[in-house]
Design a protein around this ligand. Structure first.
Ligand SMILES: O=C(O)[C@H](O)CO
Length: 325
């Protein structure tokens, strides 16, 4: 393509980290959505007409209707995320549209956040700071604000890919007694980490902490349902930093209200943002974060650069640096 007819790329947010946008600016004709976020569907459909590439994020549904609206010139869709459950992968493949995502660069940030959320939930930090600020801190007290520690605990990780393994390595440094994992396939890396593969049921019944790092797919949808929570210890702490759809949220609310499990820490919910009147916000034993797993400054820049490079490769017809196969 000559300079006068650059590739057309649509970017669905005006606040995508600059480092990636700068890469694209030099070589593409960029159209950036700067209206309300996330981009309303009707605007999305209009904005993508005739583009060659789409730079999107997890709130943008890339479905058949959107691909139809974009038309036959669309070569690549790249998401600034490792998760791709918002993209109709089959439909893209059928049309020969390449999909880029951002595995690897956010592993450390997400693992860090998972640990932060776990400690926050088990040691009741939001409750404790609230008490300190509002006069509940009357005196040091032997049993006040106590919660389970990680030392000598059994930790179960569901989904043992990059992020699950990074979480396991970090958790181990807290002197846990046992690391269990549940994954579709056996992971060779588990041996060195010191984690044992068990069935989902065994993980649920033995773990003091259950951490969900699995990707959302038809097989994992609502795998944490009423039955699963019943199999967990009453003292268990549940952490989810992957996708809200993996949990039957009503079952979780019930489990937290009834003491079926002790507490939950969630970086992801259904829907997002979680409505302010959700019962989850009323529960002291639930810590909720607004999906900030990968929100480390440098990580987001790296993700943006990877997204841009995925787009450029897709436009030029070469293998993407991180292509979904
Ligand atoms: O899938 C992802 O990358 C996260 O959920 C958002 O960074």
């Amino acid at each position: 393509m000559s300079n006068s007819e650059k590739f057309k790329v649509f970017i669905s947010r005006s606040d995508m980290p600059e480092s990636g946008v700068d890469i694209l600016k030099k070589q593409c004709d960029l159209k950036v959505w700067d209206g309300p976020m996330p981009i309303p569907k009707a605007d999305f459909l209009k904005s993508v007409q005739g583009v060659n590439g789409i730079y999107c994020c997890i709130t943008d549904k890339i479905d058949k209707e959107l691909l139809d609206a974009a038309g036959p010139e669309l070569k690549v869709v790249a998401t600034i995320s490792v998760g791709y459950d918002h993209i109709d992968v089959k439909e893209c493949k059928k049309r020969g549209i390449k999909i880029g995502y951002t595995p690897g660069v956010l592993t450390d940030a997400t693992a860090e956040l998972t640990l932060a959320l776990l400690l926050c939930t088990s040691r009741r930090l939001p409750e404790a700071t609230h008490e300190a600020r509002t006069g509940g801190w009357v005196s040091w007290a032997p049993t006040w604000m106590t919660g389970p520690g990680l030392a000598d605990a059994t930790v179960g990780i569901v989904g043992f890919g990059r992020i699950g393994q990074a979480v396991a390595k970090r958790v181990k440094s807290f002197n846990t007694s046992q690391l269990l994992y549940f994954n579709r396939s056996e992971r060779p890396e588990a041996k060195e980490i010191g984690a044992s593969k068990v069935s989902f049921d065994e993980l649920l019944s033995k773990s003091d902490f259950v951490i969900c790092c699995a990707a959302l797919a038809p097989e994992t949808k609502e795998m944490f349902n009423r039955n699963a929570f019943k199999k967990m210890k009453n003292s268990a702490v549940f952490i989810n930093t992957s996708r809200g759809g993996i949990v039957d949220q009503n079952a979780l609310i019930e489990a937290l209200q009834n003491g079926t499990i002790r507490a939950a820490g969630l970086d992801v919910t259904t829907p997002e943002p979680l409505p302010l009147d959700s019962p989850l916000f009323k529960l002291k034993n639930c810590v909720i974060l607004p999906h900030i797993g990968s929100a480390a400054i440098q990580t987001r820049s790296n993700m943006s650069e990877m997204t841009a490079n995925n787009i450029l490769a897709g436009l030029n017809g070469t293998k993407l640096p991180a292509e979904l196969d």
